[in-house]
Design a protein around this ligand. Structure first.
Ligand SMILES: [Zn+2]
Ligand SMILES: [Zn+2]
Length: 306
């Protein structure tokens, strides 16, 4: 994982302290190349006018994006996206940040919005497989005959997960298929899956169906959408995110607990005092056990080991 700059010190809790809104969304809705040209130009204009930053992946099969800006900019962007034919019902997952987690704005045209490496089969609107946060909450609380799988990577699951979820301990999503094949989960079993914002489960459902599973469901909008409706309920811990916040807490505010470990780049929550320079730092627990593990940076680790 990429090491990112440390963010400014985190102020006391409360949404008003975090002026930036981050929104993430995807939608499988077909667009022609011509429509894409027009919308991409529109997105660039919009970013220039509002200071919106982040990434929009655009494809003839739809859009996939995480962007950040002021509340006004994000509200307007969501209206703009919903004005695209086929995108009226797009689910947006919002969280807060102190400063914009992105350095610039980019639009990238790709053959697929999720890399399945199977462009012959684009996941269609599989909404019958989507459980709303309310339906999800009901199943977790009232049913017991199902298997719950976290489709994210091991280092994400460590930061927080749903009670009783299976952790496939994958290091990248490409290992998920192998996990399914070796899991021994009976084909007729009801399987519930979730990820951060839902898009990885679109792939996971497709793979499980190819392996013969029929009763596979995903959490609509992922953990971020669930926490908006059910904070401090069936999800335990914090939700890992791929930017300098490292994770967001149950209120979708930046984590006060996790930082990226300066040695390996995984999330960590173990405070240390650097023996080399005396600075306070946060490392991950496996690195803490290493000889240089209590140093604050790669640089101090290098000097410490000499
Ligand atoms: Zn580490
Ligand atoms: Zn140091």
């Amino acid at each position: 994982m990429e090491q990112v700059e440390e963010s400014a010190s985190v102020p006391a809790k409360g949404e008003e302290h975090f002026p930036i809104r981050v929104t993430t969304f995807y939608n499988f809705a077909p667009l022609t190349e011509e429509q894409l040209d027009r919308w991409e130009a529109r997105f660039h204009e919009f970013s220039a006018a509002t200071g919106l930053r982040g990434l929009i992946i655009s494809s003839v099969e739809g859009l996939n994006s995480t962007v950040a800006g002021t509340d006004t900019a994000i509200t307007e962007l969501q209206a703009l996206i919903r004005s695209i034919p086929g995108f009226e019902n797009t689910v947006f997952k919002d969280s807060r940040a102190l400063t914009n987690p992105f350095k610039r704005f980019k639009v990238k045209r790709r053959p697929e919005i999720v890399t399945l490496k199977r462009p012959d089969i684009a996941p269609k609107k599989t909404h019958h497989n989507h459980l709303s946060p309310a339906e999800w909450e009901r199943v977790l609380r009232e049913e017991d005959d199902f298997i719950l799988i976290d489709t994210r990577n091991g280092y994400e699951v460590e930061v927080g997960k749903f009670k009783g979820a299976l952790d496939p301990e994958t290091h990248s999503f490409s290992e998920f298929q192998e996990f399914v094949e070796e899991s021994g989960i009976p084909k007729e079993k009801k399987v519930l899956m979730y990820c951060t914002g839902g898009i990885r489960c679109e792939k996971a459902i497709f793979q499980m169906q190819e392996s013969g599973y029929e009763k596979v469901y995903q959490l609509e909008g992922g953990i971020l959408n669930y926490l908006k409706h059910y904070p401090n309920s069936m999800f335990e811990g914090e939700c890992f995110v791929f930017d300098h916040r490292v994770a967001v807490d149950q209120d979708l505010l930046p984590s006060q607990t996790y930082r990226l470990c300066p040695h390996c780049g995984d999330p960590g929550s173990t405070p240390v005092t650097c023996p080399q320079c005396g600075k306070e730092a946060i490392v991950c627990s496996p690195c803490k056990e290493l000889r240089h593990g209590t140093t604050c940076s790669k640089n101090c680790a290098h000097h410490h080991l000499r």
